[in-house]
Design a protein around this ligand. Structure first.
Ligand code: SF4
Length: 351
C-alpha cells in the first residue's frame, strides 16, 4: 500500500542559493533574505521557521503557508546491536519509502544515501533490485536524508557515500545537484574528498562525469574479472561490457588524477577463487585505484558469503598488487543495513 501525503507545499531543502533568493523575491523580500534562509537550513540545520530569528515575521508566515523545509518524512529508525550503525526509513511526498544508513568506524561517521526508490539495474546479489524501479529521487530528497539524520543524531558526519538504494548515474542530474549542495563551503560544507559517488558502470555517464571534471570521489562496482563472470550477477554488463568499463575507468583515473575506488563483492564459488584474484590484479595494474573487497551480505538468495579462509587466500594473491587493497566488513547486517541489503519490506505505512 502506498500512502500519498496530501500537501502541495514546495520543499526548501534542495533549493540552491539562487533559488532561495528567487523565492524570497517572489514573497516580496530582498534577495539577501534568501541568503539568510540558506544559512538556516543548510549551515545551521534549523528546520523550524519560528527559530529563524533574523527573518521578519510576515516573511516567515508566507514561507510556512507555501513552503515546507523537508521533502521527506522520517518514519522509523533502528540501531544495530552489533555495531554503531543506524538505519533510517523515510517516506517521500509521493508515498514511496527509502532507506539510508549511518555507520561509525573509529573517528569516521559515514552516511550512505539512496538516490532512487528501488532500482532498475537488477544486480542479482542486491535486495534493492527485488523492488524494481519506482522513482528517481529529487536532489532535495537526497540531501534531506543527510539533513534529517544529522538533526536526529547530532553526530558530526565525516563522509557521504551515494551507495544506498538505486544507481546514482541513472539519476545523474539530481545526484550531481545533491553532491553540489552537500559540498557548498558556505552551507553543509562536506569537502570534495568526503563525498563518494558509486556506480555499477554506466559507461556514458562515467565519460560525462570525467569530461565535466567533477571532484567528488568515484567508485565503480566491478564484482567480476571476465565478461562472463560479470554477466552472471550483473545484467547491465550486456549493455556496458567489462572491456568498455575498464576503458572508461582508466580514462577517468588518468584525466582526474584521482584514485578510483574499485568495489568488488566477494561471492563464494562465483568470483572468489585465487585465480580470480590474479586476474583482477592484472586488470587493475594500469589503473590508478584502490580495491575494496566486500564479502557478500546474504539476503536469502542462493549466493553465499565466502569463508574467512577463502577471503584470506584471495587477499594473499593481491599482496604484491600495485594498488592498495582493503576488506570492508559491512556494518549493521543484523538490521539489513549492510551493502546490498537495503530494500523496503513494510507493506503498510505508519504516519
Ligand atoms: S547494487 Fe546498486 S545498481 Fe545494482 S541493483 Fe542494487 S542498488 Fe541497483
Amino acid at each position: 500500500m502506498r500512502y500519498v501525503q496530501n500537501e502541495e507545499k514546495v520543499s526548501l531543502i534542495g533549493q540552491n542559493l539562487t533559488e532561495l533568493q528567487s523565492i524570497s523575491e517572489q514573497l516580496g523580500e530582498k534577495p539577501f533574505r534568501g541568503r539568510q534562509l540558506y544559512d538556516w537550513i543548510y549551515r545551521k540545520n534549523i528546520d523550524n521557521h519560528n527559530l529563524m530569528t533574523n527573518l521578519p515575521g510576515d516573511f516567515k508566515t508566507k514561507l510556512s503557508e507555501r513552503y515546507k523545509v523537508h521533502p521527506l518524512v522520517l518514519l522509523h529508525h533502528s540501531e544495530s546491536k552489533q555495531e554503531p550503525t543506524k538505519k533510517f526509513l523515510f517516506q517521500t511526498s509521493s508515498g514511496h519509502m527509502i532507506e539510508s544508513v549511518l555507520m561509525r568506524v573509529g573517528n569516521r561517521s559515514t552516511i550512505c544515501l539512496s538516490t532512487q526508490v528501488g532500482c532498475a539495474v537488477d544486480c542479482q546479489f542486491c535486495a534493492t533490485a527485488q523492488m524494481g524501479f519506482l522513482k528517481n529521487l529529487t536532489s532535495g530528497e537526497i540531501v534531506d536524508q543527510f539533513s534529517q539524520i544529522r538533526s536526529l543524531t547530532h553526530e558530526p558526519v565525516s563522509n557521504i557515500v551515494f551507495m544506498g538504494m538505486g544507481e546514482p548515474f541513472l539519476n545523474y542530474k539530481a545526484v550531481i545537484q545533491a553532491a553540489d549542495l552537500l559540498h557548498q563551503p558556505d552551507g553543509i560544507n562536506m569537502g570534495f574528498g568526503r563525498i563518494t559517488i558509486s556506480t555499477v558502470g554506466i559507461v556514458p555517464k562515467i565519460r560525462q562525469y570525467t569530461a565535466e571534471a567533477h571532484r567528488y570521489k568515484l567508485a565503480i562496482s566491478l564484482n567480476g574479472v571476465s565478461q562472463e563472470q560479470r554477466l552472471e550477477i550483473m545484467p547491465i554488463s550486456k549493455v556496458y561490457p567489462l572491456s568498455d568499463l575498464l576503458t572508461v575507468a582508466r580514462e577517468y583515473a588518468a584525466k582526474s588524477k584521482k584514485r578510483l575506488t574499485i568495489e568488488y563483492v566477494l561471492i563464494e564459488g562465483l568470483n572468489d577463487a585465487s585465480e580470480d584474484a590474479k586476474t583482477l590484479k592484472g586488470l587493475l595494474q594500469n589503473i590508478r585505484c584502490k580495491l575494496n573487497l566486500i564479502p557478500y551480505n546474504e539476503i536469502g538468495s542462493s549466493f553465499r558469503r565466502p569463508s574467512d579462509d577463502r577471503i584470506n587466500s584471495f587477499l594473499t594473491q593481491l599482496e604484491d598488487a600495485s594498488f592498495p587493497v582493503t576488506v570492508r566488513r559491512s556494518k549493521g547486517t543484523d538490521i539489513d543495513a549492510g551493502c546490498g541489503q537495503l530494500a523496503i519490506k513494510e507493506k503498510t505505512i505508519h504516519v
